[in-house]
Design a protein around this ligand. Sequence first.
Ligand code: F6R
Length: 261
Amino acid sequence: MEVLIQADAERAALLVARIVAGEVRANPRAVLGLATGGTMERVYRQLVRMHREERLDFSGCTTFNLDEYVGLAPDDLNSYHRYMREHLFRHVNLAPGKTHLPHGNAPDLAAECRRYEELLQQAGGIDLQLLGIGTSGHIGFNEPLSALRSRTREKALTPATVKQNAPYFGGEDKMPRRALTMGVGTILDTRRCVLLATGASKAEIIARAVEGPITSMITASALQWHPRCTVVVDEEAAAQLQEKEYYRWIFANEPEWESYR
Ligand code: F6R
């Protein structure tokens, strides 16, 4: 795992978008794993800008999102299908048939999860996976005690996640309590992953996930097992990390990051 600290949330999101753009330019048929949530909005704004201003071409790419709420139809205002359309899909040239999210309103949710894993296999697996982190330590909706080898499945949300996301629904009582999510094992199978965390509310959980022990209580900590995982944080989210000086040195000196500085 490597940690890159950027001055603020905008610069952190720009770095993540540039990493995605680099992947797409190097491999026009890239399979991208996508995340939703407030943190990712800045990344998608940058990718849309790059598509318009820098001719970033998504036409050969395939995408798979991490998760969707159970019970929400794709056109529901709060669904992640809708989030993706609003923040990315309708603004870029991704082929509609190549963007995938699990269907939270499928009649048989277990079958839907199996179908999603099969689709992923058929696409050849994910080249680059974007991740956020919840205050519960989740990646995707892999809440505490999720098996670290889990695959796509239905998961009940913790009170911390309900509290984090209830504002989007106008109250906790209006928010679904379950979601379909790629598993921790599904995420660990991706060839590269990039986790973005910004803001003071993520400082404690980032320190525990990155520098603490691997534990199913914080599923993001399982990324310590991932062969190629980059964690991008702004100064606020980096506040409780112990090895900040080392992480700063890496970004300032390692050749891999030269063109991103
Ligand atoms: C969303 C997802 C979640 C979010 C996380 C952070 O698809 O998988 O893990 O990335 O809850 O959300 P924000 O960015 O809203 O703090």
